[in-house]
Design a protein around this ligand. Structure first.
Ligand SMILES: Cc1cc2nc3c(=O)[nH]c(=O)nc-3n(C[C@H](O)[C@H](O)[C@H](O)COP(=O)(O)OP(=O)(O)OC[C@H]3O[C@@H](n4cnc5c(N)ncnc54)[C@H](O)[C@@H]3O)c2cc1C
Length: 339
């Protein structure tokens, strides 16, 4: 049954631990529950905001209308053909627990995406990626409900328009659909992707026989734990800025001025720059002000030690303008900012 609460603190529901109130709040753990919640909001003409684990949002104010936390469970093997394992997963499953479960079942392909916080339903929104693998590479389709019409849709990989930390759900489809389940295509045959430099380095020392998907997952977890603060200990939203993508000419000019520039060639024309390196070079590493700061092990991560959202956003603006004036590069914010 629908349980709508009033004036609920969202501090426990966002990993930056910013203080914010939901005018109304409910959790839904079934498709029917979601339909009821959408009907309730529609009858009251309230806007709906969806929340998963709150690890990729900046709650810069209170949220009016109904905040719906997507908690629909379920992991199901829906087909097996040769090595292919197709699985359907409810939007409310925890992403990392899914990775662990898949490994235990012998369904491989998610190991590089170990330990990414948040829930499954949000994974397609920004096409989560880490250590050289993106969700889009393991994705088959998703099920979603239109927030206004209640219509159910099945969307393919091309419908989702995946790109680097981007999808249809951040563009044209923004705030229009609740993703209720996703279907992934995994494999019973390991196909390891260990080209990413940090991963390659850690794996170099391993005898080949020990190189299993489980081992890759453990190594990814170790690297992440050494580099990223645990949001339960130091509130943060992971990478706060996207790695900028620039033309090869721009990258070449920068490299001329800054020979140590960290960059990855994407293709003939495009180069991805390491936003963390740019922020480091602009002198922000470990900087703290008014209860917020730049993490001292990884400048891409902003942390909240009891500061306000205003303090955080003012730090963001200062970082963006100093990177712009030093390098001429725009830093875009990765998490969704709700004002
Ligand atoms: C320490 C840390 C490390 C991280 N590392 C990575 C990383 O390596 N790679 C990476 O890609 N990301 C990373 N992130 C970001 C984050 O974990 C992912 O973006 C994750 O998918 C967000 O999931 P969530 O459930 O917390 O989403 P939320 O933060 O709750 O929501 C994010 C957005 O998705 C929308 N949304 C949520 N659920 C649904 C749904 N079911 N249907 C439709 N819209 C929905 C929300 O409205 C919101 O706009 C990291 C974050 C942290 C804190």
């Amino acid at each position: 049954m629908l349980n709508v609460q009033e004036q609920v603190s969202l501090k426990p529901y966002n990993t930056l631990a910013l203080p914010s109130l939901a005018e109304y709040f409910c959790r839904v753990n079934s498709d029917e529950g979601l339909s009821e919640a959408l009907a309730w909001a529609g009858n009251h003409r309230y806007p709906v905001t969806l929340l998963g684990g709150g690890s990729n949002v900046v709650l810069a104010g209170n949220l009016s209308g109904l905040v719906v936390q997507m908690a629909i469970p379920g992991v199901e093997l829906i087909s097996e053909k040769h090595h292919l394992r197709r699985i359907r997963v409810g939007a409310g499953e925890n992403w990392h627990q899914l990775v662990v479960h898949a490994l235990n079942q012998g369904w491989f392909g998610l190991e590089n995406l170990s330990l990414i916080p948040g829930l499954v339903g949000a994974a397609p929104v920004q096409n989560i990626g880490a250590y050289g693998v993106e969700l889009s590479e393991r994705f088959h389709s998703l099920e979603a409900v239109h927030l206004n019409t209640g219509e159910r849709h099945v969307m393919s990989r091309s419908d989702c328009k995946f790109a680097y930390r981007d999808s249809f759900f951040k563009g044209q489809g923004r705030d229009q659909f609740a993703i209720t389940a996703i279907t992934l295509e995994l494999s019973s045959k390991p196909d390891l992707h260990i080209e990413y430099p940090a991963l390659q380095q850690a794996i170099d020392a391993l005898p080949e026989a020990e190189l299993t998907p489980k081992r890759v997952s453990d190594i990814v977890c170790d690297i992440r734990r050494g580099k990223l603060p645990d949001p339960d200990v130091i509130p943060n939203a992971g990478s706060f800025f996207k790695n900028p993508i620039v033309s090869s000419e721009v990258a070449a000019k920068l490299k001329h001025h800054y020979p140590k520039l960290v960059s990855y060639s994407l293709d003939e024309n495009r180069v991805k720059l390491a936003a963390g390196w740019l922020i480091d070079q602009a002198g922000w590493k470990g900087f703290e002000r008014d209860g917020v700061g730049v993490y001292n092990q990884q400048s891409l991560v902003l942390i909240n030690m009891g500061g306000s959202c205003d303090a955080l956003m003012s730090l963001v603006v200062d970082i963006q303008s100093s990177v712009m004036s030093k390098f001429g590069i725009t830093l875009d914010i990765e998490p969704r900012v709700y004002r």
